[in-house]
Design a protein around this ligand. Structure first.
Ligand code: ATP
Ligand code: MG
Length: 406
């Protein structure tokens, strides 16, 4: 476990050697205690950033001052980066834009975090420190704001989204009532958030195991409309999640977003992509996923499916099948849909057996006719389900060459 690994201890010990204290904090402690995979490792310390750099370098580790004004130094230990941040206390204002000052008081540092289960600290001996009673919440799988939910949200409206996201990831019941009430009351504040911050939280929320359950609560109180747009359909999200599970696929947040958005014209999808600051590739995928195509349906000729895979690729085909399956309402264990989904794995699109240079050899002059014949041949080849017989190919090609010679 990362909390007590030698890499982690090397960082903690280096800082402690200078007479300071250092503890792992946040998601790493939470996830280790829940037996969930640990992603990034954050360390909180009473040492000032300059001391962190000096002490970790003296211990032979690499230190990069990544955010000195926030008190953060990235320390690399055994290839693993650790974000080491000096304990902080908010002064005058609170939250994301607060003026902060360094402190050596662990309880003050804990008090400016978001949820009780995110304010647990683990020291070098493996002892967990819990200044705000987060452990009982974690054990009961409850995501609760530290102190007054309304106050914490007013400090940083992103916490509304983090509340739902962590609930979907780690809770096993409905969203905490106080957190939900405060989120609803202050939902207007979501409009102040940048698309980038919303995007990251939404995609993580959608990828969470209990996304459909939590999103349906968010939809019922009008928060989904505000974030993604109207006419979202939580039932589609739930169906897609069930299909992914039945197929053993890991959750695909963009596909889930497309399902949740429901059947929408292209410009409405583009608007969602714009609002969530999706990358060009993601926006294109979102737009494409929304296009229904006969090729996806199990009752359609497998030829049409192969033609689609050839033209647009296996990934696009799989996206399309999953969305069409979801929209059809067929159950997650439907054998015909499952078979159509796997078609892309069983069939690899062959390469077009003709090049422009082949046509020159056949006496076609250089110029636009070459491209025309190649495209016409490709259409013929696709419509005839990718024949490979040499004679058949040669005949089709020479007919096309003849027709284009003049
Ligand atoms: P994960 O990395 O799985 O998303 P995490 O809890 O580590 O979960 P981070 O965003 O990495 O989340 O933040 C690390 C810690 O910093 C959190 O556990 C929390 O204590 C604190 N924190 C992060 N963002 C906020 C915020 N917007 N408001 C208050 N505290 C926050
Ligand atoms: Mg983290």
């Amino acid at each position: 476990m990362w909390l007590t690994s030698s890499e982690t201890r090397a960082v903690l010990d280096a800082i402690r050697a200078g007479g300071f204290d250092a503890r792992v904090v946040g998601g790493a402690v939470r996830n280790a205690l829940m037996d969930a995979p640990v992603k990034d490792l954050d360390i909180a310390t009473t040492a000032l950033p300059d001391d962190v750099v000096r002490l970790t370098e003296a211990a032979g580790l690499r230190a990069v001052p990544t955010g000195l004004t926030h008190g953060t130094v990235t320390v690399i230990s055994g290839r693993q980066p650790f974000e080491v941040t000096t304990l902080r206390r908010d002064i005058e204002t609170f939250g994301r834009h607060a003026r902060v000052t360094f402190t050596t008081d662990w309880a003050e540092d804990a008090a400016r975090r978001d949820f009780t289960l995110n304010a647990l600290y683990c020291d070098a001996a493996g002892t967990v420190h819990d200044p705000l009673g987060g452990y009982p919440d974690l054990a009961a799988r409850r995501v609760r704001f530290i102190g007054s939910a309304e106050e914490r949200i007013r400090e940083d409206y992103l916490r509304i989204l983090r509340f739902f996201r962590f609930t979907a990831e780690y809770a096993d019941g409905p969203p905490d009532a106080a957190g939900l009430d405060a989120s609803v009351a202050l939902a207007d504040g979501l409009a102040q958030l940048s698309g980038e911050r919303i995007r990251a939280e939404i995609l993580r929320l959608l990828a969470a195991p209990r996304a459909a359950e939590v999103v349906s609560v968010m939809a019922a109180v009008g928060i989904v409309d505000r974030l993604i747009g109207d006419q979202c359909d939580v039932r589609l999200l739930a169906r897609l999640a069930a299909i992914e599970t039945a197929l053993g696929l890991s959750p695909d947040p963009l596909l889930r977003l497309a399902a949740l958005a429901g059947p929408k014209p292209g410009d409405a999808r583009d608007a969602i992509a714009g609002r969530l600051r999706l990358s060009n590739a993601e926006a294109e995928r979102l737009a494409r996923i929304g296009l229904p195509d006969r090729a996806f349906r199990p009752e359609t000729d497998a030829r049409e499916a192969r033609a689609y895979i050839y033209r647009f690729g296996a990934d696009a085909f799989r996206d399309g099948v999953l969305m069409a399956w979801t929209a059809s309402g067929a159950p997650a264990d439907d054998p015909e849909w499952r078979q159509r989904f796997h078609l892309a794995e069983r069939w690899t699109a062959p390469e077009l057996p003709v090049r422009g240079s082949d046509l020159l050899k056949r006496g076609l002059a250089e110029g636009p006719a070459i491209g025309r014949v190649v495209r016409a041949f490709e259409d013929w080849w696709i419509t005839h389900d990718f024949p490979s017989d040499k004679l058949e190919l040669a005949k089709a090609l020479s007919d096309l060459v003849k027709a284009n010679r003049n």
